[in-house]
Unconditional design. Sequence first.
Length: 205
Amino acid sequence: MIAIKEPFLATAGHYAKLGEHARQYAAFLTYAALNHIDGYTAQNFQTAIGALPQEGLNEVARTLVQALESAGKQRKEYWRNRIQPFWHDIWPKSLDLVSHSISESLALLAIAAREEFPAALSAVIDWLRPIEHPNYIVRRLYKSELPKQFPAYALRLLDVIINDQPWPPRELKECLDAIKKADPTLRENARFKRLSEYLKRNGIL
């Protein structure tokens, strides 16, 4: 990798010319950054990833989710040793780069972190926006049982991604039920009340 360092990193600035191989390049670049390759610095990868267009950054976010989910039982260590340093040292800092795709991927990244969910959500929260079709994310959140483990954080995630979409996610009620069972005091929380009213308006509660 040292021999091809300069052209490998510089390719980020020519992303559009890669055609059907563009997404593969963005994914490979992300894995290279996560794996701490000898001869490459965080600044090298920060510069390369910062040169990617929106489409490329979307792919980087998706790759982070895949990498963390693939860690299996080692997710805690992978979050702390790979994803978190990447987020801190390499991921772009400008919120002008937020997209619906990135927001969705980062919500899934927080969920994939499992026991590191509070830390992961706190890290990505500023990049999250209402999701046009939040069903998949809410389903993943419910099945993860994180609303039982970290009810306040689960509520915070739901509050950010749900904003009066026409069709409430199927598992939203189940998530809220799990949250209030885990921490009954959250029923008086403004976020919980807003989401409950949202379900009522749509005939679910």
